[in-house]
Write a protein that binds this ligand. Structure first.
Ligand code: OAD
Length: 248
């Protein structure tokens, strides 16, 4: 492991362009549940029951109760050393980019500027009817929310979590940012099972763009085949060890 860490650190050096793609695993040590691990959110449950436009249309209150439960859990969590290392890289390294699939907001709380959020934010709401008077999304961090489902302040209709559900498209600005982010010299896929596209597609795209692709994960992910270096372990342990090998 030490040799592999040294290899990645040497490629990163002081100023190589680095992109990090994170998934739920980066927040596991903070106590946020992942989706597909044993005990994960999708274990024993079909995502279609809550994370689709159809589920929301069928029972918005039930859907909101699930998101309220997650908002409550996440509000009690703190960023861990992996979030902190990423935040430092984002502030100090020119050309650094972070793309996250997470909606928990822990990267932002750790102080990472310019986070590209592939799947939105659990702390943002939007009008379910996308009424003309409402902003695309607005922040509401209250836990619990005073009413479920919450209302759109513009039209009084139902508001929804501003997250991407299965079957929904990704914001074109996010797709553009992700396309730019794969043009890098070192690409780290951290704590993602790499099964949800298009985010997972970034791993192969980075490899084709010439990046050194590195996986950081205690398990083998679906993206491991694209990785030239696999760092087995929790992100909260591996990223601080990698950071310690970089030039000060
Ligand atoms: P998953 O739950 O699918 O995968 C979590 C990954 O984190 C697994 O590969 C674990 O092995 C790994 N892991 C667990 N503990 C870890 C640790 N301490 N350090 C590093 N890795 C660890 O989560 P995602 O890949 O993020 O989408 O899932 C992708 C998308 O599927 C999510 O954004 C969400 C979900 O449905 C939407 O909500 C649209």
């Amino acid at each position: 492991m030490e040799e592999l860490l040294a290899q990645v650190a040497a490629r990163m050096g002081e100023d190589a362009r680095v992109t990090v793609l994170t998934g739920a695993g980066v927040s596991a040590a903070s106590g946020v549940r992942t989706f597909r691990d044993p005990g994960g959110l999708w274990h024993g449950m079909r995502p279609e029951e809550v994370a689709t436009p159809e589920a929301f249309a069928c029972d918005p209150r039930l859907c909101w109760e699930w998101y309220e439960m997650r908002r409550r859990q996440i509000a009690a969590c703190e960023p861990n050393p992996a979030h902190e290392v990423i935040a430092r890289w984002a502030r100090q390294r020119p050309g650094f980019r972070l793309v996250t699939q997470n909606v928990d907001g822990l990267h932002e709380r750790a102080g990472t500027p310019g986070v590209v959020r592939f799947h939105g934010s659990i702390w943002h709401l939007s009008c379910a009817a996308r009424c003309a008077g409402s902003p695309a999304a607005w922040e509401d961090r209250r836990v619990p929310l005073p009413e479920l489902p919450p209302a759109c302040p513009a039209c009084g209709g139902i508001a929804r979590p501003a997250v991407v559900w299965f079957g929904e498209g990704i914001d074109p600005r996010v797709i553009l940012a992700a396309r730019e982010a794969v043009e890098c010299e070192v690409f780290l896929a951290v704590g993602t099972s790499a099964v949800v596209f298009p985010a997972a597609g970034m791993i192969g795209e980075a490899r084709r763009a010439g990046a050194l692709v590195v996986e950081v994960n205690p398990e083998t992910s679906a993206g491991a085949g694209e990785a030239q270096v696999v760092l087995r372990g929790g992100a909260e342990v591996v990223l601080p060890r990698l950071d310690a090998l970089l030039p000060a």
